[in-house]
Design a protein around this ligand. Structure first.
Ligand SMILES: [Ca+2]
Ligand SMILES: [Ca+2]
Length: 188
């Protein structure tokens, strides 16, 4: 894969809508063979009958993919660069105090053992990009701690990773959609 190739498919306007009318149009995204979609903060009532993290997973699945697996430095940096370049790293896309985007990384099954949606467990020298002091499994707002990872945009962390509560705050989220973009269509 030519890593220089980045095809910006869609960008721009973001509209936060009610869960039942979740917009599937005009979603900022870019492609590295897979398509990475940046979804802005979900509605506060999105967790009816499920956690906010499950809601994010559901929307990504509906769109033919999953929460994004940022398994290496290149993908991680490209996603964060896209978010910054499109101005999605603050209001109105994500808002204080919730700002952040869920990604497909969780330690819900076993505390401290982080596994990507695609089943890859982070171990050894596996790529991570944690914010300073994270993951801390904070139990202040939930006795079960924090098991769902976000790209964090507080305190100038610029999308460094933080373990977040799975169901305390509505969040934005990043989907990856396989086989949606054809590499051969990308410009050289
Ligand atoms: Ca945890
Ligand atoms: Ca944390």
């Amino acid at each position: 894969m030519d890593l220089r190739v980045v095809l910006i498919l869609l960008s721009g306007v973001f509209v936060v809508v009610a869960q039942d009318n979740w917009s599937q149009d005009c979603v900022p995204s870019f492609c590295l063979c897979k398509r990475y979609e940046v979804h802005c903060e979900m509605p506060k009532d999105a967790n009816a009958g499920m956690t906010y993290y499950e809601f994010a997973e559901k929307i990504c699945a509906k769109r033919g993919g999953s929460l994004a697996n940022l398994v290496d430095a290149h993908i991680d940096s490209m996603v964060r660069a896209f978010i910054a370049g499109e101005g999605l790293d603050g209001p109105p896309c994500i808002n204080k105090p919730t700002w952040g985007f869920f990604i497909g990384l969780t330690d819900a099954a076993s505390e401290g053992t982080y596994v990507w949606n695609n089943g890859i467990e982070i171990c050894g020298n596996g790529f991570t990009n944690w914010a300073p002091g994270e993951p801390n499994n904070n139990t202040k707002k939930d006795k079960d701690g924090q098991d769902c990872v976000q790209l964090w945009y507080r305190r100038g962390y610029d999308g460094l990773w933080d373990d977040e509560y799975c169901n305390f705050r509505p969040k934005g989220f990043i989907c990856e959609i396989p086989n949606h973009c054809c590499c051969s269509e990308a410009p050289n």
